[in-house]
Design a protein around this ligand. Structure first.
Ligand code: GP9
Ligand code: MN
Length: 633
């Protein structure tokens, strides 16, 4: 055969094509990825390409044909192993590999046992591309000439690889905005940027937090500890322990904001059941309660509630710091003999929950696989809230008592679609379809909460439980300000935007007869100490930043993740100080003392998380586990 019929680098093209096609086939045959439209299919198809071009393209730097070929074979083998490792892992865990999982020794028991069962002899097919590549090398005529290409050509090659990568990222960004800043879900990442790029991204995120962790030696805790101890709020012993020994049911109300509670939309009551609760004898209702989440949305709210710390400013802490030591509310309740669990009918890797819940010490995660999703029972992001609550209560009947269950709802989620039979009120009539539908889904959420209460009563669980419910974060973003202004009949200033971050919070203690509307300005960060104190659990040694809302020491000062804050007198937003009463701009001095404190609080929280400092803290004794040298540093 004559050499010149073949371009010098046919073998490179063959290597790329083989692995590309194999990867795409594996996506479809070995992983269960939901592809919803042609665009997603296209992204899935193209996503291995940019990485393969770059990885195999390194061969263009080798002079010798032999070395180049060897490189291609080694690279193709490495990629085959990586992909196959994911396939085997997925068979058992229905998840893609992420670094912390490999470092979590507790997983290894499972891994070892499952490895054997997850491997079949037919798996040799995962090496098809490597084998074909070797065959192709044998068949193609070998050339004696140098394999090296002109730098200009090489440059052009890598420019094309980069261009494909940006095209891929661009398409992914239109399909799923903020994918890389927020992470969301491993499945979404793999679907959008591809397995290989996903691993690089994972290594980047994990090594960043590992580096920060390595730099910390615990000495930072001295200052943080002083701050936390000096802001400590003594429990109010009239309320302390009033729910001791009860089952704890904490419900995350997806995207529910306070502006719909006790309000109407075109004459329709939006949340009739919750409205009743606000006046109920057994319910504390908090109308001036704010969410404090960042990019991690629902997961951030979970993080706050569990740890009494702020989430991180960049990225979802559930992803970036899932390997940390925490002293979660779950861990404390485990210590009190509770069976702790989370119930959420979604893919378990969403928000990295499956990994993070290990760090939070959750006994069991009832994910989508614990639910039956019958035809017509799913909308938006998954199982509708009513069947979700029904099945969750069913699970509760079988739980060891007392239990602590966190239930995460899903139906009232952007883009707020509902099946016709679930639309209990008409849409609103603004120029924002999102806001228009929001009232309907909020109404559905209200109905579902009513069902939750009914089911708990029917199953005899109600009397022995305390039910805490909170809105996880806003549902209507500032993109809908115009429509929002129409509904509220006022202009949406930065002051109003901050006030729209109010989410409802309810603490319902059956038979308590203590219910009232608590006007105190408070936030999600206060839930942990408040709830633990109601359960009669001390928190005086805990490294948490919130305070018990029933305590006389509770300060009316809520810091948002982005530095805005609210007190009983002022709202600080858009670098402007507003009078809380009038919403008018007021003199800067009124906010000045708090600006620094808000920054300080966020910084202390970040320091704890980034440095993984709770590993240097003994929450039983309150001792700092650091040597004196570090302490005086
Ligand atoms: C996903 C659900 C919604 O499992 O919790 O997440 P969100 O988008 O609201 O953060
Ligand atoms: Mn949410």
């Amino acid at each position: 055969m004559k050499n010149k019929n073949y371009p010098k680098h046919s073998i490179l093209a063959i290597a790329i094509l083989l692995t590309w096609i194999k990867t795409y086939v594996v996506y479809h045959t070995s992983f269960d990825m939901k592809i919803e439209n042609v665009m997603q299919q296209l992204i899935l198809f193209m996503n291995p390409l940019s990485f393969l071009l770059a990885a195999y393209g390194i061969s263009l730097f080798f002079k010798s044909v032999k070395v180049r070929n060897r490189y291609l074979i080694i690279m193709s083998s490495i990629l085959a192993v990586i992909l196959y490792a994911n396939v085997a892992f997925y068979r058992f865990f229905s998840d893609f590999i992420t670094l912390p999982v490999l470092f979590q020794t507790s997983n290894f028991g499972d891994l070892g046992a499952s490895a054997a069962e997850s491997i079949y002899w037919t798996d040799v097919f995962y090496l098809t591309d490597v084998v074909l590549l070797i065959v192709a090398m044998k068949l193609l005529p070998t050339t004696k000439e140098s394999a090296i290409v002109k730098p200009a050509i090489r440059r052009a090659y890598f420019v094309i690889a980069a261009a494909i990568m940006f095209l891929n990222l661009g398409l992914a960004e239109t399909e799923r905005p903020q994918l890389l800043t927020r992470s969301f879900d491993r499945e979404l990442l793999v679907k959008n940027i591809g397995t290989y790029n996903y691993h690089i991204y994972d290594i980047y995120i994990q090594s960043k937090s590992h580096a920060q962790r390595a730099l910390a030696d615990g000495s930072e805790l001295v200052e943080v500890n002083n701050y936390v101890r000096s802001n400590q709020a003594e429990p109010n012993y009239e309320v302390f322990g009033t729910a001791e020994g009860k089952n704890v049911i904490v419900v995350s109300l997806e995207s529910l904001q306070t502006f719909v509670v006790n309000e109407e939309m075109n004459g329709e009551v939006v949340t009739p059941f919750l409205n009743e609760l606000t006046k109920d004898n057994d319910t504390y209702y908090f109308p001036n309660f704010y969410h404090q989440t960042g990019l991690g949305k629902t997961s951030d709210s979970e993080f706050i509630v569990e740890n009494g710390l702020y989430p991180l400013g960049g990225g979802a802490v559930f992803f970036t710091n899932s390997g940390n030591t925490y002293n979660s509310m779950t861990e404390k309740l485990n210590g009190k003999g509770y069976f702790t669990n989370v119930m959420h009918s979604n893919n378990k890797s969403f928000w990295n929950r499956d990994i993070m819940y290990n760090a939070l010490d959750v006994d069991k995660f009832y994910d989508v696989d614990s639910y039956e999703v019958a035809d017509g029972d799913a909308v938006n992001w998954g199982l509708k809230d009513i069947p979700f609550f029904k099945q969750s209560v069913e699970h509760m009947t079988e739980m060891q008592k007392p239990f602590y269950s966190r239930l995460i709802t899903l139906t009232n989620h952007y883009p707020f679609h509902l099946d016709e039979e679930d639309q209990l009120i008409p849409e609103y009539d603004s120029n924002s379809g999102t806001l228009n539908r929001y009232f309907q889904t909020a109404r559905y959420m209200d109905e579902s909460v009513k069902v939750l209460f009914e089911e708990l009563k029917a199953k005899g669980l109600y009397e022995d439980s305390i039910i805490v419910m909170y809105g996880d974060h806003y549902g209507i973003s500032e993109n809908h300000n115009e429509a929002m202004a129409q509904y509220l009949e006022k202009e949406i200033t930065p002051f109003e935007s901050a006030q729209l971050q109010r989410v409802p919070m309810f603490i319902h203690i059956p038979g308590s007869d203590q219910g009232k509307v608590v006007e105190e300005v408070s936030g999600q960060i206060d839930i942990r100490p408040t709830l633990l104190h109601l359960l009669g659990v001390e928190t005086s040694k805990d490294m948490q930043l919130g305070a018990d809302v029933f305590s006389k020491d509770h300060e009316e000062f809520v810091v948002f993740r982005d530095g805005r804050f609210v007190t009983d007198k002022v709202v600080y937003a858009g670098n402007v100080c507003y009078d809380k009463e009038t919403g008018e701009e007021t003199e800067a001095e009124a906010c000045a003392p708090y600006i620094e404190r808000a920054a300080e609080e966020l910084e202390y929280s970040d320091t704890i998380i980034n440095g993984d400092l709770l590993r240097f803290y003994d929450e039983k004794t309150g001792n700092l586990l650091i040597d004196e040298a570090a302490e005086t540093k």
